[in-house]
Design a protein around this ligand. Structure first.
Ligand SMILES: *[C@@H]1O[C@H](CO)[C@@H](O)[C@H](O)[C@H]1NC(C)=O
Ligand SMILES: *[C@@H]1O[C@H](CO)[C@@H](O)[C@H](O)[C@H]1NC(C)=O
Ligand SMILES: CC(=O)N[C@H]1CO[C@H](CO)[C@@H](O)[C@@H]1O
Length: 184
């Protein structure tokens, strides 16, 4: 997949961020259970503050004239959160990745992150693992479950204790979205 080489390259370079994401006035607007055994929780969450990659100061971008855009396959840069301990069990993350693949075949591969529908922050949780995706623009972005699945499968084992890490993220090269994997 397109981002794989870029991920490997970026992983070596950046490994110095904490994993805490701050959500003010958290509202969970919907909850569903997905995957083959319906064991993975999916929530649409609303925070009153924008969710940005931790320790990152990437400016939020707005591309004029694009109210809706499919960003499947877009490149992103991986950062591991440094320090061993307190990260998710990669085996639990695999269950999330598998649920995303299952849903890609049984619901749809493409999904919307639509600010107007409160779907700009989607959180998936299974046991010790949580992965979320954030739309950092005011426009609707569409992303592919197969890509999200690949990112979870990549970040979880490559940003674990044996790498002196406890989860990580992948920030879109254009700064418009990011995916994070962390302890639930
Ligand atoms: C979005 O969330 C707000 C609560 O923060 C709610 O008032 C509004 O109806 C929601 N919109 C949709 C389309 O669900
Ligand atoms: C997004 O919308 C909010 C609320 O309408 C606004 O405050 C903010 O400046 C907008 N951000 C961008 C990048 O357009
Ligand atoms: C969940 C989240 O962080 N949504 C953000 C999407 O991007 C807009 C524009 O920057 C923010 O206002 C939202 O908070």
């Amino acid at each position: 997949m397109k981002f794989t080489t870029l991920l490997s390259f970026a992983l070596a370079a950046a490994t110095a961020r904490a994993s805490t994401v701050h959500c003010d006035n958290k509202q969970t607007l919907s909850t569903a259970y997905v995957g083959q055994n319906s064991g993975v929780r999916v929530e649409h969450v609303k925070c009153s503050n924008p969710i940005t990659p931790t320790g990152d100061t990437i400016a939020v971008r707005s591309v004029l004239g694009k109210r809706q855009e499919n960003v499947c396959g877009a490149t992103c840069n991986t950062n591991c959160f440094s320090g061993a301990g307190g990260g998710p069990d990669p085996n639990d993350c695999t269950v999330i990745a598998d649920a995303l693949l299952y849903d890609s075949q049984n619901i749809a591969n493409v999904f919307d992150m639509n600010p107007a529908q409160n779907t700009s922050l989607i959180v998936m949780t299974y046991a010790s693992c949580e992965s979320f995706i954030v739309n950092q623009t005011n426009d609707t972005l569409q992303y592919c479950r197969t890509d999200w699945s690949s990112l979870v499968d990549y970040i979880a084992p490559n940003c674990q204790a044996t790498q002196n890490a406890h989860g990580g993220n992948c920030v879109a090269s254009d700064g418009r979205w990011f995916v994070q994997v962390q302890h639930s």
